[in-house]
Design a protein. Structure first.
Length: 171
């Protein structure tokens, strides 16, 4: 249920909601809201030698663990524009977004009530700027394809399979 776990009353009229786990409905005014995953964009930023850029998370969930640069999209924001914005905010760099790599579903935080996130992942390369950890990132580092952090040092459960896919495909 994730995002709807705490919904009890209608945001329009205040009546008690019916919650079946996949949506909430208001019997008084007809308001309906579905439990959809939250979209996020992430980048597999690779340098000219084939190393992958990872960002150490500065905040929970998963503070202190490695993640791909990226983040949540703003409402109505084009995913590629959101990815560029996130790389500028978190790493101080402008990127060229390349081919779409894949999508991975996960929860944002521990427990069954944590909301689902649909992670959209693209290849990217740095065009301009100086790498500097900022926003919700405490450190940035380059990793060789064969020397990626172990899965227990990676944030979120989607990341280890995604990096394994990246390492295996050579893309």
């Amino acid at each position: 249920m994730g995002v709807l776990a705490e919904w009890r009353f209608c945001p329009r009229c205040g009546a008690e909601l019916r919650n079946d786990g996949s949506k909430v409905e208001c019997p008084r005014c007809g308001f309906v809201h579905y439990s959809n995953p939250v979209p996020a964009a992430a980048a597999l930023v690779v340098d000219e030698t084939g190393r992958l850029l990872l960002a150490r998370r500065a905040v929970d969930p998963d503070a202190g663990l490695w993640d791909t640069p990226g983040g949540f999209l703003d409402e109505g924001e084009n995913p590629v524009d959101g990815l560029r914005r996130e790389l500028l905010e978190e790493a101080g760099v402008e990127v060229e977004v390349g081919d779409f790599f894949g999508m991975y579903l996960d929860r944002y935080g521990p427990g069954q009530d944590a909301p689902y996130v649909l992670n959209l992942v693209w290849h990217a390369s740095i065009l301009a700027g100086e790498l500097e950890a900022a926003d919700d990132v405490s450190e940035l580092a380059w990793f060789e394809r064969g020397a990626l952090p172990p899965s227990d040092e990676l944030a979120f459960s989607w990341l280890a399979p995604a990096l394994a896919d990246w390492a295996r495909t050579g893309a």
